[in-house]
Design a protein around this ligand. Structure first.
Ligand code: SF4
Length: 249
């Protein structure tokens, strides 16, 4: 009964508040707060967010972008996913080129960035040391992604940036056997949903040329095409393509 009551009243705003207040993973809480206290020399004058970082974007999104976790000096500093670092520059520039963002820059929570038709999140909501959450931390945080997925009713395409997000999405939808991750790999999740794999926008990939802007553009062009297709919604009805502005942005 309690779970049903929560489902009826849950909202992205509630998820965001719960994520920001969450302290369930002692190692990650300790790390995110230490990073926020020590800070990088370039950001010494800034107050770091230093908490869990919720998803960001359009509540009526057709496209869901799933990364790994907040970056220590990016989202953990600014409080918004993929904001304030090189990875975010790559991601939002690509979303802007694909028509999902009103601007290419993503520098802070008040930079006027608005996503239309897209939402960006991660399976782990706190910055992990070396970008490596443990299996326990992944599983502890899983209910937040589950709640976001339940609330984002219009999503039909999920782009996973990296194998961690790819596996998290496949696990959520009960895909068996676990599909092999690759750039451009597509997985039919059932219920009219498609998962697309993409190499992560980390500097490890973008500096080395493993991921190029044309490669990323191809993924979002495909996502755009799939998002524009009329598909059965998760309620079993035809879902219209809604592209409202985010209520939270
Ligand atoms: S990773 Fe998730 S479950 Fe763990 S403390 Fe952060 S928000 Fe909470």
């Amino acid at each position: 009964m309690v779970a049903m009551a929560r489902r009826r009243t849950d909202s992205l705003e509630l998820v965001a508040a719960d994520v920001a207040a969450c302290r369930r993973c002692p190692r990650l809480v300790s790390w995110r707060e230490e990073v926020a206290a020590v800070r990088r020399p370039a950001f010494q004058d800034e107050e770091y967010w230093g908490r869990g970082v919720p998803g960001f974007g359009d509540p009526a999104a057709r496209l869901l972008v799933v990364g790994l976790a907040p970056a220590a000096h990016g989202a953990n500093r600014t409080g918004r996913m993929f904001t304030g670092d090189r990875s975010g520059e790559w991601l939002y520039r690509a979303l802007w080129r694909a028509g999902f963002a009103n601007q290419a820059e993503s520098t802070s929570r008040d930079d006027r960035l608005v996503l239309t038709g897209a939402f960006v999140t991660s399976p782990v909501k706190c910055a992990p040391p070396a970008n490596k959450p443990t299996t326990d931390e992944r599983d502890t945080c899983r209910p937040f992604l589950d709640r976001e997925l339940a609330l984002l009713r219009e999503v039909t395409v999920l782009v996973a940036l990296g194998s961690f997000g790819f596996a998290a999405v496949a696990r959520h939808f009960g895909v068996r056997p676990m599909p092999r991750f690759g750039h451009g790999v597509e997985v039919d999740l059932g219920e009219g949903l498609t998962l697309i794999g993409s190499y992560h926008v980390s500097q490890q990939n973008t500096f080395t040329g493993r991921l190029t802007e044309p490669m990323l553009d191809a993924v979002f062009a495909r996502a755009r095409a799939l998002a524009n297709e009329p598909r059965p919604s998760r309620m079993g009805q035809m879902a219209p393509h809604v592209g409202t502005q985010s209520r939270r942005d």
